[in-house]
Design a protein around this ligand. Structure first.
Ligand code: FA5
Ligand code: MG
Length: 425
């Protein structure tokens, strides 16, 4: 068990179901782009290790399984780290050719304005039945006919890599022809581009300005997931950087075979609802979604078209550093391993930055905006390693007093010593 009370207390919140909450409204806008899909929005977040990892073909040494990345309730039970945990059972239920699952997911991860240990994902999948060609001579032809039903958009999308790459993005040649994969990839990409374009069109209307918007920039990049091949991520240019909004790919056929639907082939995606909502409303900090402040919540209404979020005044930042020596025995790996679930396997170090992040969250709750490594140093004689983390204390709702930030920082320092056995400098 490595799940702290603050995380457990988020379970009943279910922001994706809360009326007039921006996460719920974002979900509804995306759902409206997939009118024929079955939706599942109340699946329980406590799942087995089998559901979250084994059923999806995660290797045993995948870093996503480690206690530094995942909240365990006991050795066989976790808080789901992604909505893909429900893929196998949803394919097995075989209710329709397409489904959407929206849910809260939980991860030990970095602290900054676009990462939070509890967030919301939407999973989507679509499959085609090989035994029902409905008049087409091949399945690839039928899929391409379905592509024509997706609304067209005029956005230029960067997509430089070939669909199939022998090492990085292999075809599942035992199960799929290259034509089928090309057709499914086109259908998948066009469907998701349609979502992003719909969100941005709504966002442009929401801003209400007649000045020309910054043109939408979107690109596809190659990715790796144990449960899809080929795989991609979609990135959107936002606030001067590329923001990853979703991962997707062609479903590993053994997942469908094991689910009792070997005659079906298809695609799946998983997107971050907070990331999309931040684009839609121009919300600057992911912590805001958890706010119960009326100045936040009253700005969103299901029944009227979205309006841009108007920040209530920005309260001052307060930066404080903590420097410490790692225990002599530990093998540090201070770089955050959170590449999400697309990581390739590596060994688990005994010191992990996510532990620092979690202590900051436990002590400060949402009063911490950002924690980052600013210095590291190895003592030339003793070989001991020292790290320095800079914490930005800032409330989204009020100005913090000096006593308050000093008190938070002191408790953060003490907990680092108590929990990680580090020596403060
Ligand atoms: C996944 O979770 C895969 N299950 C997605 C997938 C589904 C791939 C089906 C293929 C088929 P990833 O770890 O990259 O992948 O997370 C997906 C999205 O969740 C990211 O693109 C991002 O938008 C969002 N996300 C990830 N971590 C966080 C976080 N800490 N806070 C907020 N959003 C996050
Ligand atoms: Mg990712």
């Amino acid at each position: 068990m490595n799940t702290p009370p603050s995380i457990l207390s988020a379970i009943p919140r279910r922001l994706h179901l809360q009326k007039d909450h921006p996460i719920a409204i974002t979900r509804q806008i995306i759902e409206s782009r997939f009118p024929d899909f079955t939706t599942h929005n109340t699946l329980f977040p406590i799942v087995s290790v089998h559901q979250n990892f084994d059923s999806l073909g995660f290797p045993l040494d995948h870093p996503g399984r480690s206690r530094t990345d995942t909240y365990y309730l006991n050795k066989d039970t976790v808080l789901r780290t992604h909505t893909s945990a429900h893929q196998a059972e949803t394919f097995a239920a075989n209710q329709s050719s397409g489904y959407l699952i929206s849910a809260d997911v939980y991860r030990r991860d970095a602290i900054d304005r676009s990462h939070y240990p509890v967030f919301h994902q939407m999973e989507g999948a679509m499959t085609w039945d090989r035994t029902a060609l409905s008049g087409y001579s091949t399945l690839a032809e039928k899929i391409l006919a379905d592509v024509e039903k997706i609304p067209r958009h005029g956005i230029k999308v960067e997509d430089l890599n070939p669909t199939i790459h022998p090492e990085r993005n292999p075809l599942q040649s035992e199960f799929h022809s290259p034509e089928e994969v090309e057709a499914m990839a086109t259908h998948l990409k066009r469907s998701l581009e349609d979502v992003v374009v719909a969100i941005f069109t709504t966002a442009a209307q929401a801003s209400g300005s007649t000045a020309p918007q910054q043109p939408l920039k979107v690109r596809w990049v190659e990715a790796y997931f144990p449960f899809t091949s080929p795989s991609w991520e979609l990135e959107v240019y936002w606030q001067d950087t590329w923001l990853e909004v979703l991962g997707c790919g062609i479903v590993q056929q053994p997942i469908l075979n094991n689910a009792g639907v070997p005659h079906r082939i298809g695609w799946a995606f998983g997107l971050g609802l907070e990331r999309i909502a931040m684009l839609l409303y121009n919300i600057p900090d992911i912590r805001l979604f958890w706010s119960t402040d009326a100045r936040f919540l009253s700005q969103f209404k299901e029944s009227s078209p979205p309006k841009q979020f108007i920040p209530f005044s920005k309260y001052p930042a307060c930066f404080k550093d903590v420097s410490f020596w790692l225990p002599a025995s530990s093998h540090p790996n201070p770089t955050n391993a959170s590449g999400g679930l697309s990581q390739t396997p590596s060994s688990t170090p005994s010191f992990h930055e996510n532990d620092v992040m979690e202590i900051a969250r436990e002590v400060c709750g949402d009063l911490v905006e950002d924690v980052r490594l600013v210095d590291e140093f190895v003592h030339p004689k003793t070989g001991r390693k020292s790290l320095c983390y800079r914490t930005n204390y800032r409330s989204l709702e009020r100005t913090l007093t000096n006593e308050e930030t000093n008190g938070l920082h002191e408790r953060f320092r003490q907990q680092l010593v108590a929990k990680l056995k580090v020596e403060l400098r």
